[in-house]
Design a protein around this ligand. Structure first.
Ligand code: FAD
Length: 142
């Protein structure tokens, strides 16, 4: 989000992770994210942005299956293992070692450090389950 706010641009993977987090970890209406992206993106485009958000929310015509949810931590571990990108936008995490950069709060707790960075606002595993249950309920109701 800091990159989006600073540059008006994010790589496609980050757009997918961000959209998935808002919709499937926080259970927030995809239209809120879609409209914020549209305000910020320099390449904001109705079809690509709206389609991207609906893909992530599993409501679009080419939607990702509803059970597909991005895990932001493992995405970071796979695509930013040394935390080069994270460190650029989150200088508060400068002293966290590469091996822990994607879970800084665990490192802080283990090493009795105080980070100037908020703890996670949701627990991914239980948030994912809550979302899957909501989709299951919607399917049964239909
Ligand atoms: C939630 C979300 C919102 C998005 N909003 C926009 C938007 O407002 N405007 C926009 O142009 N793109 C949007 N995209 C698509 C994609 O993120 C950007 O086109 C891509 O980041 C552009 O990066 P690039 O120029 O390095 O292209 P590359 O990743 O190198 O790809 C080459 C070209 O392919 C096209 N492309 C790549 N990924 C996608 C994709 N997922 N969907 C459609 N076309 C793609 C682009 O035209 C791009 O120029 C969105 C994707 C998501 C998941």
């Amino acid at each position: 989000m800091r990159q989006l706010n600073a540059l008006g641009w994010m790589h496609n993977r980050l757009r997918m992770i961000t959209a998935s987090f808002l919709v499937k970890d926080l259970l927030i209406d995809w239209r809120d994210g879609e409209s914020y992206f549209m305000q910020q993106l320099i390449d904001g485009d109705l079809a690509a942005n709206n389609g991207g958000w609906q893909w992530a929310a599993s409501t679009g015509t080419d939607a990702a299956p509803y059970f597909r949810t991005f895990n932001p931590t493992t995405q970071g571990e796979r695509f930013d293992p040394q935390g080069a990108f994270i460190r650029h936008y989150l200088p508060e995490l400068a002293e966290v070692p590469d091996s822990d950069i994607n879970q800084p709060q665990l490192w802080a707790a283990k090493n009795h450090k105080k980070l100037d960075y908020p703890p996670p606002i949701v627990e991914h595993k239980s948030a994912r389950k809550k979302t899957l249950d909501a989709f299951e309920r919607a399917k049964s109701a239909a």
